[in-house]
Design a protein around this ligand. Structure first.
Ligand code: DC
Length: 221
């Protein structure tokens, strides 16, 4: 089977990273979480008081992101420091949403992402993978699910963490993030023309993986 590039894009909270991780494992491919890269840049910007474009752009070369394999999966490192836990904080996610709108930040990360795909055998997830990073990817997936379904999943996750979320507030946040992701000036989230759309609103994880693995095998022929 030939080695390919799999580009996975889609809305927030629709299970992109779970799908990408599972597919990479099953195929023996490398998984790259590009959201984690934007989050790591955001963490650096918070720590260096450099969230504004004019402060971060001249210092981008000081930010080095890498990934290391651990027993519980892949961890993101910022200048050699394991920041996997820190980058998942809500505050960092919001800062990532902010700095990901800066054209120069995107160009800096996109160049690194493209270099990671040189040897193929990669599954990358994000918002602009099939449209900007790898417009020639052999398989492009666009994941989607109804906003209410995604809000319910996030609501359940928060409850599991011991929080007491309000469903309407979670749904509002999902809708607002969708709007921001699809309306920003730089590389807005959109479906590539040749992407295969997978709506997982009513699919179990197993059913979804079955559909996706079939698409993967077909793309490798
Ligand atoms: O997928 P995530 O929530 O970890 O992404 C964090 C932020 O980074 C989110 O606001 C969207 C942005 N992002 C992006 O603009 N382009 C990507 N390829 C991946 C993430």
């Amino acid at each position: 089977m030939k080695k390919i590039i799999v580009a996975i894009d889609g809305y927030s909270s629709c299970g992109k990273s779970t799908v990408a991780k599972n597919l990479a494992k099953k195929a023996g491919y490398t998984y790259v979480d590009t959201g984690a890269m934007y989050r790591a840049v955001a963490l650096w910007a918070i720590e260096h008081n450099a969230l504004e474009a004019e402060r971060i752009i001249p210092r981008l070369e000081e930010i080095h992101i890498s990934f290391r394999k651990t027993e519980d999966g892949q961890h993101t490192c910022l200048n050699g420091r394991d920041v996997e836990k820190d980058i998942r904080r809500l505050e960092v996610g919001n800062a990532a949403s902010q700095i990901s709108q800066i054209k120069e930040v995107r160009a800096y990360l996109v160049a690194q992402q493209q270099a990671m795909g040189k040897e193929k055998g990669i599954v990358m997830d994000g918002r602009d993978i099939g449209t900007v990073v790898f417009p020639d990817a052999e398989l492009k997936l666009f994941l989607t699910a109804l906003p209410e379904v995604r809000a319910q999943r996030r609501f359940d996750e928060l409850k599991e963490k011991g929080e007491t979320p309000d469903f309407e507030a979670v749904l509002k946040d999902v809708n607002e993030r969708d709007y921001r992701d699809t309306h920003r000036a730089e590389s807005p989230l959109r479906q590539a023309e040749d992407a295969k759309v997978v709506d997982n609103s009513h699919l179990s994880r197993e059913e979804q993986m079955e559909v996706i693995y079939e698409l993967f095998e077909a793309a490798c022929k």
